[in-house]
Each structure stands twice: as structure tokens, then as C-alpha cells.
Ligand binder design. Structure first.
Ligand code: FAD
Ligand code: MG
Length: 321
């Protein structure tokens, strides 16, 4: 649907998320191609239906390895590598806890503490056994479940970028609901809004000007529920089995690949501002924006984008790495 003289926006709902594609020519066939590609990957990666390649692996937990397509294998390999980094908050084997909490789905509630302790024993990333030669994945313990919810959108955003490039698109944008990937530099840059946590859906804390970059945001305000006056959000601490509890409302990562953005938002969520900024030392390609509960917007650096604060109830702090 054309929105003005030059930008054409196409939308869909896939992966339980609003999807937005922006192009600079009216090209419905290409938009359909993009949505079909996203659907193809959703069908491979989803754990929200009984059938997918990831669910085939989960159904065979404790029994036998499952051969998968190279895309599924590579993404699981990448997710395992992020999960076994020392002190990592990322854990691809977090599935049993995600399923038990059901945060963002019907029937969410705080599980009994002893159940969480039991489920933690079947969330070890080391128990995801990979076989490069066979392209197979084996979950060593019964009841284990892989969940790629924290990384699959990043992977898919990058594949959409690749498809658009292959089709000769020089300027475009895909937003998978939290994962934005951009091509080209219309009018010099793209302006991507940074959402104001726990506010109306169009309220912004600020905006990032980017070119050829991915912008990924993870927040505690997107999927959560409240019980007995306490808020429980969907990013779980792999050590405790409860939602990560620190000074953060959201983390945004600016990077070339959205896959990196998706991994690093979770890593940064676990690390918090101080440790997170230290982890980014020497990573010129990865930049973080932390929005804290204390209404600060903290930039780890500002090398590959420009940030503008739009809400003066927030304080902008730029770290010098
Ligand atoms: P991120 O912060 O990137 O990821 C949070 C998600 O990762 C959690 O929701 C959980 O799934 C998982 N997770 C939690 N803690 C950790 C951890 N410590 N380490 C690693 N992972 C963790 N939503 C629907 O409502 N209905 C659907 O049918 C549906 N289908 C989907 C299909 C696919 C293929 C994908 C990728 C997502 C789908 N979703 C669906 C959305 C999904 O349930 C998550 O809410 C979403 O992926 C979270 O993305 P995010 O960027 O908001 O959060
Ligand atoms: Mg993520």
C-alpha cells in the first residue's frame, strides 16, 4: 500500500509479530516473495506449533539425533556458540522454562519454585549435541527443548536483506517486530524510533539515524504479565529460571547483521550496563543503547549511527569506550 509519493509499505502478521516491509517502488510480487520467505523460515524454526524441524528435534529429545536442513543446523550451531560463552545470558536450551512460564501467551503464571529448579536441569546448552558431518542435532536429555525465539528473527531479517539485494533493491527496510534491517540510505539515512518502555505504542524515547545497519531492540515491556503486584517479562535468566532482573527496561543493538543484534541484545540484558559496555570494548561493529528503569538512555558508543533524544524525561549519557 503506497504511503506517500515514494515509499511503499507492505504489512503482514507472521511469527506472532507485525511485519513491515518498506520499498521505494510499488512491487507487490516482491513483497509477497519476502513474506513467503519469512513464512518458510517460520515453518522451519517455530516452537509454537507441533510441526517444524526444531520441534522434530525437541520431540526426539533423549531418544535420537535428527537430521535437519543446513539453515536450521547453522542457526542452532550459532545459538549454541552464544549459549556456551562464559557467563552468557543466552541459552538456546531454555525451551522447557519458556513453555512452562508461557509469558506472552494465554495461561501465563509464576511456576512453583521446585518446578523451576527441576526444569533448570534440562536446560543445559552443552546437552545440545551437534554433528557437522550428519547435519544432525541430538538433545541428550528427555524433556529438553530448543527455543530460537531470541535469535531466529535476526537470522530471518538478514535473509530478507539478502533476497532484496539479489532482486536489485538498493533501498528498503524490513521490520520483524523488534528486528529492523535496512538497505541503502534514502535521504541520507533511515530514522528508526526507539520505543518508550511501558508507554503507548507510538511513544518514542529517541530515534537512531542509520545506513546499511540492523537495529534490534529487546525490552521487558513487550511481553510480560503481572501477578501479585510484580511484573514478569519474557527474557529469562538461564541461571535462576526467573526473568532477568536488573536496571534495564530495554537494550538496542546497532550492527551490520541482525543475527548479531539478536544475540547481543540478550547478552547485554544479562550483563547490564557496566559489564555490557566492557564486553563491547574492542567490538567496533557492535553498539548498544541501554534504556534504564531510572530513565537514562546510555550509549556504549556512537560510531555507526546518530542518536537523538526525543523525550526530555530521559537523561542521555554517552560512554566513551
Ligand atoms: P528476544 O529478547 O530476542 O527473545 C526473547 C525470547 O527468547 C523469549 O520470548 C523466549 O522465546 C526466548 N528466551 C527467553 N529467555 C531466553 C534466554 N535467556 N536465552 C535465549 N532465549 C531466551 N509469538 C506468538 O505469540 N505466536 C507465535 O505463533 C509465534 N511464533 C513464532 C515463530 C518464530 C519462528 C519466532 C522466531 C517467533 C515466534 N513468536 C511467536 C514470537 C516469540 O514467541 C518471541 O516472543 C519472540 O521471538 C521474541 O522476540 P523478541 O525480539 O521480542 O525478544
Ligand atoms: Mg534477541
Amino acid at each position: 500500500m503506497p504511503t506517500d509519493d515514494s515509499v511503499y509499505s507492505y504489512s503482514a502478521v507472521l511469527m506472532g509479530s507485525p511485519i513491515l516491509l518498506k520499498l521505494f517502488s510499488n512491487n507487490q510480487p516482491l513483497a509477497s516473495h519476502v513474506f513467503n520467505l519469512i513464512k518458510h523460515y517460520e515453518d522451519l524454526f517455530t516452537v509454537n506449533r507441533a510441526d517444524s524441524q526444531v520441534m522434530d528435534i525437541n520431540h526426539a529429545a533423549g531418544q535420537h539425533p535428527v537430521k535437519v536442513t543446513p539453515a536450521v543446523y547453522q542457526l542452532i550451531k550459532c545459538a549454541k556458540a552464544a549459549s556456551i560463552l562464559p557467563g552468557s545470558a543466552f541459552n538456546l536450551a531454555i525451551g522447557p522454562l519458556v513453555k512452562r512460564w508461557r509469558i506472552g501467551f494465554k495461561g501465563d503464571s509464576v511456576p512453583p519454585a521446585d518446578e523451576i529448579i527441576t526444569l533448570l536441569t534440562i536446560t543445559q546448552p552443552e546437552d545440545v549435541i551437534l554433528n557437522d558431518a550428519e547435519c544432525s542435532v541430538f538433545l541428550a536429555r528427555e524433556g529438553m527443548e530448543i527455543d530460537l525465539g531470541a535469535i531466529a528473527k535476526g537470522y530471518i531479517a538478514d535473509r530478507v536483506r539478502d533476497l532484496l539485494q539479489k532482486e536489485g533493491v538498493t533501498e528498503g527496510l524490513i521490520n520483524l517486530g523488534g528486528n529492523v534491517q535496512t538497505l541503502g540510505t534514502p535521504q541520507g539515512s533511515w530514522s528508526i524510533g526507539l520505543k518508550k518502555p511501558f508507554s503507548t505504542s507510538d511513544a518514542l524515547v529517541g530515534a537512531m539515524e542509520v545506513s546499511h545497519k540492523s537495529v534490534v531492540t529487546s525490552g521487558t515491556y513487550e511481553r510480560y504479565f503481572e501477578q501479585d503486584g510484580q511484573r514478569y517479562h519474557h527474557i529469562l535468566n538461564p541461571q535462576t529460571g526467573y526473568p532477568l532482573d536488573n536496571e534495564l527496561d530495554s537494550v538496542t543493538i546497532i550492527s551490520t547483521d541482525s543475527l548479531d543484534g539478536d544475540i547481543w541484545t540478550t547478552l547485554m540484558f544479562g550483563a547490564g550496563v557496566e559489564k555490557g559496555c566492557r564486553m563491547l570494548n574492542g567490538r567496533d561493529d557492535i553498539e548498544a543503547i541501554f534504556v534504564t528503569k531510572a530513565r537514562e538512555v546510555i550509549l556504549s558508543s556512537q560510531r555507526h549511527y546518530r542518536f537523538t533524544l526525543l523525550d526530555d524525561s530521559y537523561r542521555l549519557i554517552e560512554r566513551t569506550a
